[in-house]
Write a new protein. Sequence first.
Length: 393
Amino acid sequence: MRIEAVDFYYLSMPEVLDIGDGSQDLLLVRLQAGPYVGWGECEASPLVSIASLVCPMSHSACKPVRDSVLGQTLDEIADIDRIGDLVRANSLDLLQAPHTLSGIDIAMWDLLGRRFETPVYQLLGVERAEPRLPYASVLFGDTPAETLAKARSIREKGYVAAKFGWGPYGLGGVAEDAAQVAAAREGLGDDGILLIDAGTVWGHDLAAAAARLPALRASRATWLEEPFVTGALDAYAALAEQSGGVRLAGGEGSHNEDMARHMIDHGGVGFIQIDAGRIGGISPARRVADYAMQRGVAYVNHTFTSHLALSASLQPYAGHPARSICEYPVELKSLAWEMTREHITPDANGLISLPEAPGLGMTPDLEAAKRYLLDVEIAVGGNVLYRTPELVG
Ligand SMILES: [Mg+2]
């Protein structure tokens, strides 16, 4: 089979707010080869990814991603790796290319899964997907009182683990942050698993992050996530040396496999968080998951968008030990929830499991998607390079 179509659709909420919520817009990917269709999703700026799909070549290592995908043979798993390598070589200097490839790689896995009537995790060699303990992933409230109320409501809904992040955390003083963390712990209860996400707020500033450790220890936070930007390996390693029982988590900003491996090897993280929609898809995410396992670092998905993206980001570590935690966004905007017909929801034991249906087990709800679909056109010198294709199954 040859890849005959790679179509991108920009979906957005009517209003996109300046908050740390990645579910406000998304880029849906439809791939067609022979009679089969696969679906994927790219994380991060959809319009920039569309541009990198079609932009005219600048030089031999800066070609549009589409040129390495359309017309390629897609019959077996090895073809996915081959096409990924082509994109990485031909779009070497195109920084958005890994995000763009991510949705295509995910769609290729979904397509082969549908073709062979097999869930993606079985194509990856995992017979049975282990259940995961979802942590409710939310933003900090604007005040400790709001955070306390959020944490209580999360616990009432049955989640024993929760992550609070972004919002005001790290923007004010050490005392304000301590009050936020204490409020989260109080609302979650003594036996809850508490995770804190600083959202890279301290950049490279080791002292600022270290000043927050006593409060994190006092509230028995399991991890401090992204105290620094992804590349700040020296700061990560130095903080890890003094963080004690509070482990560091990071890696969602990894745009390729090497960045993730460096976080594991040189950043001292206890948890490596990978978004299949950013790192280049399920293929590199799987290799990072295997490497993390070898190195005794816990692999965790990063997901803040639809359940199509959630399924994709859970596949790479489907075989890792049962009940290990996974990110589970619980404040999704309507777009991200309505976009799929199926959803991955906690069972009576509070655990979630991957669908057993072929591919990713997710069917895009095209009628819902059309309500959020925006027309996009890219023209250069009067030549239309991209126009939103018709959204069909
Ligand atoms: Mg995060």
